[in-house]
Design a protein around this ligand. Structure first.
Ligand code: NAD
Ligand code: G6P
Ligand code: MN
Length: 441
């Protein structure tokens, strides 16, 4: 089996340790020849890299090389695969994205509503630059991207690299939700076969079967209504904010029982309720800074100090495993089905061809082969078309430097609606994002 040379871009991320554990757990299915870390922030990366060295020495002694660098050339030459997970502006800017809309009574969220637009207008530039740089040194490498807001990033990349068949944008939310279905049914998550349609963070499961063909959809719906819904993947199971988010999925199913919702739909279906529940001085960014980030940093520091993992608990999570399994399916032509983002081109037959949709696709060595969805019902079509127009306008605003497109985008977004509120939020976001956003005229 050919061994892979992998670079993790944004290796200072809070998710990198989980990814390393996933690479170890999957080393038989996705063996590595070399692992390289790349980040623009040397200090952030060093912390994770020093711990990773210890972990790899213990649990992946057969790995030939592990490097970490802030040089793109060193990082990207001779690679087969890049996993990207960057956050332009860091968690400090995420906090601004969440606080500014909230100060107007509007949902403040990483990827949904004005926060998602703000983050998108920051991410696009770095992501285009990274893809160009990777292509300069590794024209044939697979690029698997987690960077958010994935819908907006995917649309922007599709416009700039329309013929590049080796860029894959993915999200772990559908698989994290399936993890909870699997636990509800006492099944293995990889035994579930989803039918799903939508945009990133904006979709529905229409059916869940197991590999033997048994349809489990009604059973899942029944259980969710009767017993509620909980996150069960390691990364989020004990997080109060995620517990509330999963609980809200039950209400969505009661209100709209046709399909099983992606948890992110809560921000669009109950925007007022969600905005009211949030606390401006303790938004999700603050919780992550004081929670996940602190936990990961302490974990790294302890491993490095001990030069051992004996005193810590390291776990794989579905986030890392999903990326690794997707890469294996592409590289070894496994033809496995994963929910990913892909250009619509008729997959959902009654929405625009150029939408970046999120649907199940076969992951093959020749690229993605999405499974046909066909026509979707009026309610879902209406919601998707509104959200799609918002996403397209955000990307237009970026490339055209257009204030009016950004204002249109926010006004269209279900979390905002009022043009006067949209204008106030936009003006504050422009102020906060100086140096990150293009000038909007
Ligand atoms: P983080 O801030 O902890 O880590 C991001 C890292 O990227 C930092 O170390 C930072 O220095 C680095 N970075 C920033 N700009 C860079 C650039 N241009 N080149 C190289 N490195 C750069 O963030 P996090 O919370 O761990 O999340 C990482 C990313 O993954 C975010 O975009 C987040 O939204 C995304 N994410 C996506 C999914 C998904 O479902 N698609 C799931 C989880 C996280
Ligand atoms: C899920 C989503 C990601 C998002 C992450 C945020 O995994 O799919 O797109 O980045 O949650 O989680 P957080 O815990 O940082 O709010
Ligand atoms: Mn996601």
């Amino acid at each position: 089996m050919k061994k892979n040379r992998l670079v993790i871009v944004g290796a200072g991320s809070t998710y990198t340790l989980g990814m390393v554990m996933s690479l170890i757990a999957e080393k038989e299915n996705f063996p590595l020849q070399s692992l390289t870390f790349y980040d623009t922030d040397a200090e952030r990366q060093n912390r994770v890299a020093l711990a990773t060295k210890v972990i790899l020495a213990e649990q992946y002694p057969e790995l030939e090389t592990f490097n970490y660098t802030t040089s793109k050339q060193e990082a990207f030459q001779n690679i087969d695969v890049a996993f990207i997970q960057i956050r332009t502006g860091g968690l400090a800017m995420r906090e601004m994205d969440e606080k500014i809309p909230l100060s107007y009574g509007v949902v403040g969220q990483e990827t949904c509503g004005p926060g998602g637009m703000a983050y998108g207008l920051r991410s696009i530039k770095d992501m285009i630059e990274l893809v160009n740089d990777i292509r300069q040194f590794a024209p044939e490498a697979w690029i698997l991207n987690y960077t958010n807001p994935a819908a907006i990033v995917a649309d922007a990349l599709q416009r700039i690299f329309p013929n590049d068949q080796k860029i894959l944008n993915i999200c772990d939310m559908p698989i994290a939700i399936m993890h909870s279905y699997a636990d509800m049914l006492d099944k293995d998550v990889w035994d579930l076969v989803p039918s799903y349609f939508g945009l990133n963070h904006f979709g529905w499961f229409t059916k869940i079967e197991d590999k033997s063909g048994q349809d489990l959809t009604e059973l899942i719906k029944d259980k969710m209504i009767k017993e509620g819904f909980k996150p069960t993947d390691n990364e989020i199971a004990n997080d109060e904010s995620w517990q509330k988010t999963f609980a809200q999925a039950r209400q969505m199913l009661i209100d709209f029982p046709d399909y099983l919702p992606n948890t992110y739909l809560q921000y669009y279906l109950y925007p007022n309720q969600l905005a009211q529940k949030e606390q401006i001085d303790n938004t999700r960014a603050r919780q992550v800074i004081n929670g996940r980030q602190k936990r990961v940093h302490q974990l790294c520091e302890q491993i490095t100090a001990d030069q051992s993992t004996a005193n810590v608990e390291l776990e794989v999570d579905v986030h890392g495993i999903y990326m690794v399994k997707a890469a294996a399916s592409l590289i070894y032509n496994l033809n496995e089905i994963y929910i990913v983002m892909v250009e619509n081109k008729g997959v959902i037959s009654n929405i625009p061809e150029d939408a970046m949709v999120e649907v199940p696709a076969l992951l093959t060595v020749n690229g993605l082969k999405p499974l046909a969805v066909g026509q979707i019902p009026t309610f879902h079509k209406g919601l998707i078309e509104g959200q799609l127009a918002y996403e397209k306008l955000v990307v237009d605003a970026y490339f055209e430097g257009s204030y009016s497109k950004a204002l249109q985008a926010l006004t269209l977004n279900r979390t905002v609606v009022n043009a006067d509120t949209a204008r106030s939020i936009l003006n504050d976001l422009i102020e906060a994002n100086q140096g990150y956003w293009p000038t909007l005229k």
